[in-house]
Write a protein that binds this ligand. Structure first.
Ligand SMILES: Nc1ncnc2c1ncn2[C@@H]1O[C@H](COP(=O)(O)OP(=O)(O)OP(=O)(O)O)[C@@H](O)[C@H]1O
Length: 583
């Protein structure tokens, strides 16, 4: 099905008698390439860049300088353009991917404007606003790509290669992880994603793609000046992607096609309507974007796609990875917490808490509201860094390690409110768990060399869904699950990750009585298989029937520890919960 994209390469054949439309087709291919870079950045990773035209400029100027001023081959120009745009992405990404909220888009605007001004002012190097003329045509296998027809064949072929590569990315561990990052970086880190690194890689890929588009642009027009690489151009590409549906590949292509045609039409129409010349098409752009987003908030393609029949999911035939925790001696200590401390300002949220868990044990952490349970949880998982005390996992100190590192050592967590990704299928949500157990990097994924591993990841996810009883919903979107099913899916994701120690934050919250019984049954059978479970919950019935041992906290301190029956009898616990006087 995805190979249907190759039909695009046939378009120039139909338009052969119409040179004007061949030119438009070339502009479409170039725009689509830049807009697709925004699919990676915005659609997948959830970052907004207003600097894609600047990356294009890098690609264009690098090849212009090398070919015109140094007389080198355009293919060396492509290499230089790619390297230069990657370098810019490394610097810009390195400085900005950790920024939150509006700071990232704002800083890309600053870079975009600065580079545009630089291109205009470095007259000696770039020719200023006059630019660099007479770039040589590209030649391929002895053929000069010096007509609109030949160039369109080449640029569309390249576009299709990128489309297939991005389709590979979407159906891979990296695509899922990027989508997860967009939704919830904390959850993504909890199953082993290094957010800053992955965001930077997305930035590099997007920058490189825009650089290639710049190279194509330069050798198509055989002339470069700063105008096509301005902030306005960057906004235009963003508009294309967003209007078409930035979260989908066909949407971005549709947006690029729609706005390339529209721009041309508006350029002719608006001066006629307004009675004077000028770049009024930007106004038209804005109005049409507003209209599209009003009618189709996710863009044009999702609106159309909702009417298409849904594809049936297919389970790959692959040997799943084992779910069971790595073998170890029964009863060995797996998690130890020693004297943990955490203060928020003057408030001691956790004050010297210690406990340990043995393999196959279920330990419940309970206490009244504000006792410090969630904070303890976050200290163990690495989400918060303790002010004092130590955490050991399988005998190894992990105090203060980043959550994704702690996860990779075998500790997985769920959240108080299920952190799932609604637009992914149930199977894909579970497959996110396999992220740290799989290896394919960007190169392998883009070239489609990750299939075997991907099949294995999906088979593992399916096995995990089966383990918790959700396999019949594998191809549903996660947003359609009930709360109880969402909690089970979070557990399936943990199982798929191969974690041996499961930290469950209020797994019973929001569940009906029957669902709670099923959950307790599942957790008990997991513990029998050798999983170790630490859970926080408020539901005393659930905990008393489930936990082997209970640690009770109050005002940040551990006030009791023992079997459920022991702690229930403990006067300090009764005082904390029921306000009874301690004798
Ligand atoms: N990020 C934070 N900044 C400031 N104070 C915090 C922060 N997180 C928790 N606290 C405070 O620390 C104390 C312990 O909170 P914590 O969430 O760990 O308790 P809890 O036992 O999990 O409570 P609950 O059962 O209500 O979830 C509370 O007084 C809370 O207000």
């Amino acid at each position: 099905m995805r190979y249907l994209w190759f039909l695009l390469v046939l378009l120039p054949l139909f338009l052969l008698p119409f040179p004007f439309y061949l030119t438009l087709l070339n502009f479409f291919a170039l725009s689509a390439l830049v807009a697709l870079s925004l699919y990676v950045l915005t659609g997948l990773a959830g970052m907004t860049s207003f600097a894609q035209a600047a990356f294009m400029g890098m690609g264009a100027y690098a090849t212009a300088l090398l070919t015109v001023k140094a007389g080198l081959s355009p293919w060396l120009g492509l290499l230089a353009g790619l390297l230069l745009s990657l370098l810019l992405a490394l610097v810009l990404g390195g400085l900005t991917v950790r920024l939150k909220g509006h700071f990232l888009p704002l800083s890309t605007i600053a870079w975009q404007v600065a580079l545009y001004i630089l291109a205009g002012n470095l007259v000696g190097l770039t020719g200023g606003h006059t630019g660099i003329t007479d770039l040589p045509p590209l030649t391929l296998f002895g053929y000069a790509l010096d007509t609109g027809f030949r160039y369109a064949l080449f640029s569309l072929f390249l576009l299709v290669l990128f489309l297939l590569a991005l389709d590979n990315l979407r159906g891979s561990r990296l695509g899922r992880a990027l989508l997860a990052l967009r939704g919830d970086a904390l959850a993504a880190a909890s199953f082993g994603v290094d957010p800053a690194r992955l965001r930077l890689q997305a930035f590099l890929l997007a920058g490189g793609m825009a650089g290639v588009a710049g190279f194509l642009y330069a050798h198509f027009l055989r002339f470069v000046n700063p105008t096509p690489f301005s902030l306005e151009a960057s906004i235009k590409y963003l508009v294309m992607a967003v209007a078409g549906g930035v979260g989908t590949i066909p949407g971005v292509v549709l947006g690029a096609a729609f706005f390339t045609g529209l721009e041309d039409w508006l350029k002719d129409l608006l001066p006629l309507l307004l009675g004077r010349q000028g770049n009024y098409e930007v106004i038209g752009y804005g109005l049409i974007l507003a209209l599209i987003l009003l009618l189709a908030p996710k863009g044009l393609w999702p609106l159309l796609a909702a009417r298409l029949p849904r594809k049936e999911g297919r389970l790959p035939e692959a040997e799943p990875l084992p779910l069971a925790p790595p073998q170890g001696a029964k009863g060995e200590e797996v998690l130890r917490v020693e004297g943990l401390k955490k203060a928020f300002g003057g408030l001691l949220a956790v004050n010297g808490v210690s406990f340990a868990l043995r393999r196959g044990e279920i330990l419940a952490l309970i206490g009244p509201n504000g006792a410090g349970k969630s904070t303890t949880f976050n200290l163990v998982t690495g989400t918060l860094i303790p002010d004092g005390g130590k955490v050991f996992l399988f005998g190894r100190e992990v105090t203060g390690l980043a959550p994704f590192r702690i996860h990779r050592l075998g500790l997985g967590r769920t959240f108080q409110h299920p952190h799932l990704f609604p637009e992914l299928s149930v199977l894909e949500n579970a497959a996110l768990g396999t992220y740290a157990r799989t290896r394919a990097g960007f190169f392998r994924v883009l070239l489609g060399l990750h299939r075997k591993e991907e099949d294995q990841a999906l088979a593992t996810a399916y096995r995990a869904l089966k383990r918790v009883g959700l396999e019949s919903l594998a191809w549903e979107r996660a947003e359609r699950l009930t709360v109880g099913q969402q909690r089970l899916l979070e557990i399936a994701r943990l199982l798929a990750s191969g974690a041996a120690v499961l930290l469950l934050d209020e797994p019973g919250a929001g569940l009906r009585a029957g669902e709670k019984r099923e959950l307790a049954h599942l957790l008990r059978s997991l513990a029998k298989e050798g999983y170790t479970v630490l859970l926080v919950d408020h539901d005393m019935d659930l905990i008393m029937g489930l936990a082997d041992r209970v640690v009770v906290m109050n005002y940040g301190e551990k006030i009791a520890e023992g079997t459920p029956a022991e702690v229930q009898r403990n006067p300090l616990v009764r005082a904390a919960y029921l306000g009874e006087e301690v004798a």
